[in-house]
Design a protein around this ligand. Structure first.
Ligand SMILES: NCC(=O)CCC(=O)O
Ligand SMILES: [Zn+2]
Ligand SMILES: [Zn+2]
Length: 334
């Protein structure tokens, strides 16, 4: 055994303070969390998503009572997804930005109830379009990129008008950031609304439970022609660089746990941009069911995952576990 002084590391981690010094910039504070919420057009319902225990779809009359105690715990930001139950889906995603859209209806209420809450809205066509893809398709089922970007800009502008602080396009279409930015500019929202791009979104099986929650599964095919291949790295960097060139304000890598090298690559390339990671529905389910089945303690496993995301370079984690984490933070347990 080599006992030379520079090989001795135990001395650096023998108490809690010493250990904390070894982990700087991985701490979690309330602003490091964003909480995704599903808003339905059934105003009086609160229904649990069967594939995501403890995650609900809320009608606009049921959200305030649920959110109030979580805001009390320090929740700073939410990410809204619309879910249609009664309203119709069609080929141009009309109800993504109609006056009846549940997200558009709830934004002003959220602003009134919780003036300090930062509101982000997911921008995509898939929850509102008949075939469930993230794009407008031609008669030959080919992506119509131009028509799609125009629709995405319409929707982003409507959410901005309703009061959203952040619009977050998740569709992965070429050129959407530029289109959205210039529309926000021409509509006068450019200095009040941020664009958080889902810039490196991979084609992942971990989105499975979400599609049940949002009713957004494609009715045919899959998304591999617009979402990134799981093994890719160069094109993920190209996608991020492209979105930065087109003027996005914040970046995202999604999913989180299987893509921490992409998180690191993105942060190292663009340290000046806030970086979000999305701990997606499948990651939530994995941790939830692992803990439920006695494989590990939920808090310990979750803390390890979130710390890893922070260490890789994430500034904010979008997590369905946000309420639990906030509770543990308050009790000094996270
Ligand atoms: N735009 C959102 C997704 O595609 C899925 C998120 C999740 O699985 O939680
Ligand atoms: Zn989509
Ligand atoms: Zn999506």
């Amino acid at each position: 055994m080599d006992n030379s002084p520079e090989n001795i590391l135990h001395s650096r981690i023998f108490n809690d303070t010493l250990r904390k010094w070894q982990c700087s910039n991985t701490e979690i504070a309330t602003h490091n969390l964003m909480y995704p919420l599903f808003i339905t057009d059934n105003d009086d319902t609160k229904e649990e998503v069967s594939s995501l225990p403890n995650v609900y779809r809320f009608g606009i009359n049921r959200l305030k009572e649920f959110l109030e105690p979580i805001i009390q715990l320090g929740l700073k930001s939410v990410l809204l997804f619309g879910v249609l139950c009664k309203l119709k889906k069609d080929d141009s995603a009309t109800n993504a930005d109609s006056v009846e859209n549940p997200v558009i209806r709830i934004i002003p209420l959220l602003k009134k109830w919780f003036p300090d809450l930062t509101i982000a809205c997911d921008i995509c066509l898939c929850p509102y379009i008949s075939h469930g893809h993230c794009a407008i398709l031609t008669n030959e089922n080919i992506i119509d990129v131009k028509a799609t970007c125009t629709r995405l800009a319409d929707i982003a502008c409507s959410y901005a008008k309703a009061g959203a602080d952040i619009v977050a396009p998740s569709d992965m279409m070429d050129g959407r950031i530029r289109e959205i930015k210039s529309r926000l500019a021409s509509c006068g929202y450019i200095s009040r609304v941020n664009v958080l791009s889902y810039s490196a979104k991979f084609q992942s099986c971990f989105y499975g439970p979400f599609r049940d929650a949002a009713g957004s599964a494609p009715s045919f095919g899959d998304r591999r022609c617009y979402q990134l291949p799981p093994g890719s790295k160069g094109i993920a960097l190209s996608a991020v660089k492209r979105d930065v060139r087109e003027g996005c304000d914040m970046l995202m890598v999604k999913p989180a746990l299987a893509y921490l090298d992409i998180v690191k690559q993105t942060k190292e390339t663009f340290p000046e941009f806030p970086l979000f990671v999305y701990q997606v529905s499948g990651e939530y389910a994995m941790l939830y069911y692992g803990a439920k089945n006695g494989i590990f303690d939920l808090r310990t496993a979750l803390k390890e995952c979130i710390t890893g995301m922070r260490r890789a370079g994430a500034d904010c984690i979008i997590s369905y576990f946000s309420p639990e984490i906030l509770m543990w933070l308050k009790d000094g347990l996270f």
